[in-house]
Design a binder for this molecule. Structure first.
Ligand code: HEC
Length: 148
């Protein structure tokens, strides 16, 4: 979550992407790579909303809704992508995921619901701001327990 926070606050999107590429470097397990890619896409979509929320780029309702929809689509795939207990030295996934997979899946569904709600109801900058708080809480709830 640290990385996301700095991406949202510092608005050095290129630098953030560079960090993610480095984080991915050397991942050998294709299943781990796939779930990291999905999380990276979620992170990128949240970044788009974040720069808009900060006013760095102008608010555009369609772009914001599309970004929220992108999060929802990857969120829907999250349980399946994490189902097999795959590991890689570079992975930040904690073994607790597979001890409490029902809870992990429920947390992915919370993210999906928050993102879907936002993609459908968002129309003003205030909606974006409120929706990002709710969506961000779902990221945090899962990362706190299941990510190193
Ligand atoms: C259901 C649990 C869960 C939710 C919800 C969740 N994540 Fe993750 N996320 C993970 C796990 C687990 C990892 C570590 C995966 C690994 O390294 O194998 C991760 C990794 C990441 C990464 C690093 C990817 C990389 O390049 O290695 C980013 C970025 C990320 N999440 C962003 C987000 C954002 C933004 C949200 C909310 C909109 C979110 N995540 C919601 C579980 C979750």
């Amino acid at each position: 979550m640290k990385q996301i926070k700095s991406c949202l606050s510092a608005v050095v999107v290129t630098a953030c992407l560079g960090t993610v590429v480095l984080a991915h470097g050397g991942v050998k397990n294709a299943a781990v790579m796939a779930r990291m890619d999905a999380m990276k896409s979620i992170g990128d979509a949240v970044k788009i909303m974040g720069t808009m929320n900060k006013g760095t780029v102008a608010f555009d309702v369609e772009t914001a809704r599309t970004a929220a929809k992108t999060v929802a689509l990857h969120a829907a795939q999250t349980p399946l992508l994490f189902q097999a207990p795959e590991t890689d030295p570079k992975s930040e996934a904690l073994p607790a995921i597979w001890d409490r997979f029902d809870d992990f899946s429920a947390k992915a569904q919370s993210m999906e619901k928050a993102a879907n709600d936002l993609s459908q109801s968002l129309s003003t900058p205030e909606d974006l701001s409120n929706g990002m708080i709710q969506l961000g809480a779902t990221c945090k709830a899962c990362h706190k327990e299941y990510r190193k």
